[in-house]
Design a protein around this ligand. Structure first.
Ligand SMILES: Nc1ncnc2c1ncn2[C@@H]1O[C@H](COP(=O)(O)OP(=O)(O)OP(=O)(O)O)[C@@H](O)[C@H]1O
Ligand SMILES: [Mg+2]
Length: 237
């Protein structure tokens, strides 16, 4: 394992009863890298994310993070899902700080609300927010514990195109600012090509194609070419 490797998966498999969902997964992710997982529905992307988050164990193989085996909950990782999973009876600020009396927690929560451009919404309840605003709260909440690894499971899937594009930019900025290593699951190959350093297409239960993404780059035509290549791979037999 090289010193700048954060995550290393070796020969990982995952089965539910007789059904093998993932097999022969070998993957290394460097510190600070932004990796996108794409692939057909039911292909095992969320399962792979859950293994890395330590939410469930692999059937066989080894998962390492920071040189240690991921065994139980991966406490330096945070997951953000497609639905915001906010607690409806708590305000935005309370969803972040859980009514903590710790001043540092409150200051951190306020800083993160600034970062996601929701400083005026601290005392709102989730049902008083738009879909995009709720996702921004969910993002801020995921960042509260200053995770090393941010795991995004289609967090923008339910948003309209304009809000989605703004959220992509916001996430890109925050990931840069907070020096996060990030895995993004998305169905949108252009989103993957635009945001990621590397795109991993998962097919037939394993990591099929890996191509460089266009994070921090501006050549739109080259980005679209990468997206098309990935799309063709996913759709081919
Ligand atoms: N707890 C479970 N018990 C049994 N089977 C499961 C379980 N979790 C996932 N699976 C199976 O694993 C396969 C992969 O599911 P997963 O959710 O990882 O796919 P995905 O690539 O994230 O799909 P989507 O793009 O639709 O979200 C599916 O066939 C699913 O039925
Ligand atoms: Mg999924």
């Amino acid at each position: 394992m090289a010193t700048d490797d954060l995550i290393q998966l070796t020969d990982v498999t995952k089965s539910y009863h007789q059904h093998t969902v993932l097999h022969d997964v070998n993957l290394t992710i460097k510190t600070g890298e932004f990796v996108a997982f794409v692939g057909e529905s039911g292909g095992g992307k969320s399962t792979l994310l859950r293994l890395i988050a330590g939410l469930e164990p692999a059937t066989t193989g080894q998962l390492m993070m920071d040189g240690r085996s991921i065994n139980g909950l991966n406490t330096v990782a945070r997951v953000m899902f497609q639905d915001d999973r906010l607690l409806p009876w708590m305000t935005v600020l309370e969803n972040l700080s859980f009514k903590s009396r710790d001043m540092n927690e409150k200051v951190r929560a306020q800083e993160l609300l600034d970062l996601v451009q929701l400083h005026d919404f601290a005392n709102y309840y989730p049902n008083q927010l738009s879909g995009g605003q709720k996702q921004r709260v969910a993002l801020a909440r995921a960042l509260m514990a200053s995770p090393k690894l941010l795991l995004l499971d289609e967090p923008l899937g339910a948003l309209d195109a304009l809000t989605r594009s703004r959220m992509q930019e916001l996430i890109a900025d925050i990931v840069d600012q907070e020096n996060l290593t990030t895995i993004l699951i998305t169905h949108d190959v252009r989103e993957a090509a635009k945001m990621a350093d590397r795109i991993v297409a998962i097919k037939h239960g394993t990591t099929g194609l890996t191509v460089p993404g266009h994070r921090h780059q501006t050549d739109e035509m080259a980005m679209i070419a990468v997206a098309n290549e990935v799309q063709e791979f996913i759709l081919s037999d």
